[in-house]
Design a protein around this ligand. Structure first.
Ligand SMILES: Nc1nc2c(c(=O)[nH]1)N[C@H]1C(S)=C(S)[C@@H](COP(=O)(O)OP(=O)(O)OC[C@H]3O[C@@H](n4cnc5c(=O)[nH]c(N)nc54)[C@H](O)[C@@H]3O)O[C@H]1N2
Ligand SMILES: Nc1nc2c(c(=O)[nH]1)N[C@H]1C(S)=C(S)[C@@H](COP(=O)(O)OP(=O)(O)OC[C@H]3O[C@@H](n4cnc5c(=O)[nH]c(N)nc54)[C@H](O)[C@@H]3O)O[C@H]1N2
Ligand code: SF4
Ligand SMILES: [Mo]
Length: 799
């Protein structure tokens, strides 16, 4: 019998399921998406992970949301009574309710939440969602900054005036030494993992800081097995060794950091010209010139020291004449060196559990194998001392002089585009929820924590939040304290949630909107981050197949909703192509060219290095900080009552900080991502779940045997907040007092008989249910997901 030849289409694009955005080819057979393959011609297309290969399963999953739904029964009722409605009904109702809330209580009473772009295709729409939020007038966006983005995107602004890493990405292609700190690209970002393997092959050195021997730690020249959350002590110790041995870039420190600026002994402020004379400017700073043996002025607007920088003192005590008498001062760098001196390798070892010899070795490698390229991520983000860790690593990095040099952390050139997250006619925004409590934290950039939203709903503090517009975000599972979150979301006047699946957070919505997956929609991506060539690529991803049911892209939802809210003028009256054209305006790339070339277009841009040294208006460009230098010493932090220098602060829930808790819960609890799943997703996909049936907790064989636990036993993870279940996995490369859990378990996979887990019950496996939200980072609000205290018990009839 003659069979018809199948029609096979191969569509170039990229997988948008996680931050890696791997270049890929989608295979479509007779109109059905059947496979995703790597596209080695794409700068991120060397390989795909199992999740990417499972993309067709995701698209055709039986639980996909296909139609807009409206709740017909009260929240809290086990049956929400979902009723299918039309898009017009869903969006008209949403627009009406949101407008009512804005009129009655101000637009700040509506918060927006978005699934993190690192774990989802929300990246296709985040700029437009932010634009909608600003056009609507809300300052409250929850996008996991306190869990995943603070150190990488915002905290380092206080040191470099820009995010490092984040904006300044590791130039793995040319690095001499790669430093991964609380970051495991083998699991988290395949494109970085392959680039690192290539770098190792050509002889680059690698340092990994991780309590677990995970991923590339096994390939590292030095693996520093830090105690969870004690990372700042380690960074300060590395800096100490480098400063003591003279292993730092003196020219960079003198010319480009605020290290030479004198600090007044009496008040800790940077000495200014105004301190020296009433006619002087408080905007000009003072350093000590050793050749002249006297003070010299530094004017940030000119970016220059009178007499140049080569003779500036970095160490010493200097006395200057001031109208009110003599002022004793020391250079900021001397203060930094002193702060680091408290962390000799021996002293630090007692805190962070890394051997002194290894600290010396790593410090030497950082110096001798430079240029250094680094990436730090969630291992050091979800910490109660996340800001201090980010600062300590940032100042350590400054010592190497590798910033924005070839092979260092570089702002790769991308096609210039219009900033579409900002609106054309911005209305004044109310302060974001957390701003009064943590004025230097994410709220400064309109990012709020989920806990701040819960407080605003339940306690109307600092003001009431009554509405929530959710694009994905599974807040109740992502964050500590999901039970309080559930109570809060149930108390909202109105909650609309757009998603691929009905997650435990969406279940509390009034309206649920079905979202097209990344493979059913078009998206524009400017730059692929992992190298200069990748960042120059602009790609308009084609839809592979039509959306299932009535699903629509987030972008389409945003534009349609905006028009119904009367904000059409900010959204090209709903014309997404017109919006893309506006976005691409400053680039030399047209929408038509992008449509013709689905594999992407290289923008005609060239990455330059050391941009800070380039001239602008007759002065060096410098850094976007108050002193226009890298701020090793931060007066901004000082002015808000924080330490101007990085310091080690004990994690707030650790054996040292809370011996009272440790008496009952002696083990340090950390966690890590799953290779097969993104955060709280993907457990319903049979090809993935088959290889990871149950939630697991890793512990050392000694810790296990002391508790009568064998590999594979079901155990209870108990903390002062409650307990959940997991299966024991033994790992003899862990410290005996450290255990590592997994978060994100709730979904079932009936096809292979794998169960779901109630995320709010002790019989479930939601790790974040047993992490408290009281102890948080005083600057960012980051939570202790990566350093907490627990006990593990084998489950039996009574446990
Ligand atoms: N204990 C512990 N907790 C953690 C972490 C940890 O390591 N340990 N990690 C934290 C981190 S780093 C993060 S970023 C957060 C993540 O938390 P979230 O940002 O909430 O991410 P996910 O749990 O992946 O949930 C994503 C949701 O978005 C939906 N979705 C996927 N793609 C799209 C899309 O294109 N559009 C829309 N509208 N929806 C989509 C998915 O179906 C899913 O419901 O969790 C954090 N929580
Ligand atoms: N497969 C997969 N890929 C993902 C995700 C996913 O869930 N699954 N999520 C995406 C998201 S949202 C993010 S934010 C990224 C995150 O990417 P990563 O930050 O790389 O993710 P993790 O594996 O959670 O954490 C990295 C390492 O930090 C270590 N660690 C734990 N505690 C500490 C500590 O106290 N100090 C130090 N130095 N290290 C510690 C862990 O052992 C782990 O190996 O991955 C993205 N990609
Ligand atoms: S690492 Fe996997 S999930 Fe992430 S973009 Fe690549 S293929 Fe997709
Ligand atoms: Mo994340």
């Amino acid at each position: 019998m003659a069979s018809e030849k199948p029609s096979i289409e191969r569509i170039p694009g990229y997988c948008a399921l996680c931050v890696s955005r791997c270049g890929s080819i989608a295979v479509v057979e007779n109109g059905r998406f059947v496979g995703l393959e790597p596209d080695p011609s794409h700068p991120t297309g060397q390989a795909l992970c199992a999740k990417g290969r499972a993309a067709p399963e995701l698209v055709y999953h039986a639980d996909r949301l296909l139609y807009p739904l409206q709740r017909t029964r009260p929240k809290g009722d086990p049956d929400p009574g979902w009723r299918r409605i039309t898009w017009d009904e869903a969006l008209d109702l949403t627009a009406t309710r949101l407008r009512q809330l804005a009129q009655a209580y101000g637009p700040e009473s509506v918060a927006f939440s978005v699934a993190s772009p690192s774990t989802s295709a929300s990246v296709d729409s985040t700029l437009w969602i932010e634009r909608l939020m600003r056009a609507f007038g809300s300052p409250n966006l929850s996008m996991s900054m306190e869990l995943c983005g603070w150190g990488r995107y915002l905290a380092t602004v206080y040191t470099y005036g820009a995010s490092v890493p984040g904006a300044y990405m590791p130039d793995l292609e040319h690095a001499g030494c790669i430093l991964f700190w609380g970051y495991n690209p083998n699991v988290a970002r395949l494109s970085h993992a392959t680039a690192t393997m290539a770098a190792l092959k050509r002889g680059a050195r690698l340092i990994v800081v991780d309590p677990r021997r995970a991923g590339l730690a096994g390939r590292a020249d030095v693996w520093l097995q830090v105690r969870p959350g004690a990372d700042a002590a380690l960074a300060l110790a590395l800096a100490h060794v480098m400063i003591e041995r003279g292993w730092y870039d003196r020219d960079f420190i003198r010319e480009w950091t605020n290290g030479p600026l004198l600090v007044r002994a009496d008040n800790g402020r940077l000495l200014t010209e105004y301190d020296l004379s009433a006619e002087g400017s408080a905007q000009r700073y003072v350093a000590w010139n050793e050749a002249k043996r006297g003070p010299v002025l530094y004017d940030p607007s000119l970016g220059r020291y009178a007499g140049g920088s080569s003779d500036l003192a970095l160490f010493g005590v200097f006395t200057v004449d001031a109208p009110q008498g003599k002022l004793v001062c020391r250079p900021a760098f001397d203060h930094l060196a002193e702060a680091c001196r408290r962390y000799s390798p021996e002293a630090a070892a007692a805190i962070c559990s890394v051997e002194p010899g290894q600290i010396e070795h790593a410090a030497q490698l950082l110096w001798e194998a430079r240029p250094v390229a680094y990436y730090a991520w969630s291992g050091v983000e979800q910490q109660t001392n996340a800001t201090q860790i980010a600062r300590a690593i940032a100042q350590l990095y400054a010592l190497t002089g590798s910033f924005d040099t070839k092979g260092g952390n570089v702002l790769f050139a991308a096609a210039p585009t219009a900033n579409v997250a900002a609106v054309t006619a911005p209305a004044p925004l109310a302060p974001a929820l957390g701003l009064a409590d943590r004025p230097l934290g994410p709220s400064r950039w309109q990012h709020v924590t989920s806990d701040e939203i819960y407080r605003a709903i339940l306690e109307q503090q600092p003001y009431a939040v009554r509405g929530l517009v959710g694009f994905g975000a599974n807040l109740l599972v992502a964050h500590a304290d999901g039970r309080r979150g559930r109570e809060a979301l149930a108390a909202l006047d109105f909650y609309v949630h757009a998603d691929l699946f009905m997650n435990p957070t969406a279940e509390l919505a009034d309206i649920v909107l079905p979202v097209a997956s990344a493979f059913e929609r078009e998206a524009l991506k400017i730059g692929f981050e992992v190298s200069a060539a990748a960042q120059a690529l602009v790609q308009l991803r084609r839809p592979v197949v039509a959306p299932r049911g009535e699903a629509r892209s987030d972008t389409a939802i945003v534009f349609d909703l905006a028009c119904r809210l009367g904000l059409g003028s900010e959204f090209w009256e709903g014309d997404v192509d017109a919006a893309y054209r506006y976005q691409l305006g400053p680039s030399d790339v047209s929408l038509e060219t992008l449509r013709e070339q689905p594999g992407g277009v290289r923008a005609p841009v060239q990455t330059r290095y050391r941009k800070f040294a380039g001239q602008r208006d007759g002065a060096p460009q410098g850094f976007a900080t108050p002193t226009h230098k890298v701020e090793l010493y931060s007066e901004t932090l000082l002015a808000h009552g924080y330490s101007p220098l990085p310091e080690h602060v004990e994690p707030l829930v650790s054996p040292q900080a809370r011996p009272d808790i440790a008496e009952h819960y002696p083990l340090i609890l950390t966690c890590a991502k799953h290779t097969l799943f993104c955060e709280s997703q993907h457990r319903g996909l049979p090809s993935l779940r088959r290889h990871a049936l149950d939630p697991e907790v890793e512990l050392h064989p000694l810790a296990a045997s002391e508790r009568g636990i064998r590999a594979g036993d079901w155990v209870r993870i108990e903390t002062s907040q409650g307990s959940v279940q997991a299966r024991a996995r033994l790992n003899d490369a862990l410290a005996p007092n450290v255990v590592c859990g997994q978060h994100g378990w709730w979904q079932s996979c009936p096809e292979i008989g794998a169960p779901g887990y109630d995320p709010f019950s002790r019989d479930g496996a939601n790790l974040n249910l047993i992490i408290g939200n009281e102890a948080i980072d005083p600057i960012s609000g980051s939570v202790p997901h990566r350093a907490y205290l627990c006990q593990i018990r084998r489950m039996g009839p009574d446990v």
